[in-house]
Design a protein around this ligand. Structure first.
Ligand code: V91
Length: 210
């Protein structure tokens, strides 16, 4: 029986990235299926840091129509590669190491196969470019068992994630992409307004000429 004393008022967190990438099969047949894409869903540390010091296993619950839909991955990389044709919700259950005394954590991810935007202003998405959908998150352990706290501390290559920047960089990049989409939307809207102004002017001119 290990010490289950919890550290009152203490919290410690670990960053993770979870989600999927997908590439089209472009007609390459997988058996006699109608599958159109190959995809990989994963739970990873920042910069692919090994997270097995606090993650014991990850269960990925796929759509029931898949063979063996509950895929349990017991060692890194915590990922599943499959083929399919559609976008559905995957339930991700992260089980922590025994010493943690923590309950499993459930996350949800909607598989993304199709680009929802172009690759940049006026650029269609390249046929073979992988489509990705990843979420950055931080698992917060509130009042951890002290032996688990020590495990987290001892394996803290990215214990100061804000300084080491990777997730920072991740969110900054996402933010930059969002800014670019908003910029583009503002320009498109301004063009539309200008067009409609012109049309109003023309119609008014026509009316007053009558
Ligand atoms: C969606 C099942 C390949 C509905 C439309 C999907 C399963 C469920 C899906 C899939 C929803 C698997 C197999 C043997 C044969 C929009 N596959 N649901 N086929 N989103 O891709 O896509 S897709 S196992």
């Amino acid at each position: 029986m290990t010490s289950l004393k919890r550290m009152k008022g203490i919290a410690i967190s670990r960053p993770i990235i979870y989600g999927n990438s997908a590439t089209p099969l472009n007609g390459k047949k997988v058996g006699d299926s109608d599958h159109t894409h190959r995809w990989t869903i994963s739970v990873r540390g920042i910069n692919n840091e090994d997270i097995s010091y606090f993650v014991r296993k990850v269960a990925f619950k796929l759509h029931d129509t898949y063979d063996n839909p509950n895929r349990v991955i017991e060692k890194p990389p915590f990922e599943v590669t499959e083929t399919g044709w559609g976008e559905f919700d995957i339930i991700i259950k992260i089980h922590f190491v025994q010493a943690s005394g923590e309950k499993p954590l459930t996350l949800y991810h909607r598989l993304k196969l199709h680009p929802y935007e172009e690759d940049g202003p006026g650029n269609p998405w390249p046929k073979q470019k992988p489509v990705t959908s990843y979420a950055y998150d931080e698992i917060v352990f509130n009042e951890p068992v002290d032996s688990f706290y020590n495990i987290l501390q001892d394996n803290s290559t990215s214990n100061i994630p804000l300084k080491k920047t990777p997730h920072h960089q991740f969110s900054l990049q996402a933010e930059q992409e969002e800014i670019e989409r908003i910029d583009k939307a503002i320009k498109t809207t301004a063009q539309e307004i200008a067009k409609h102004r012109e049309r109003c002017k023309r119609l008014e001119a026509e009316l007053s000429a009558k």
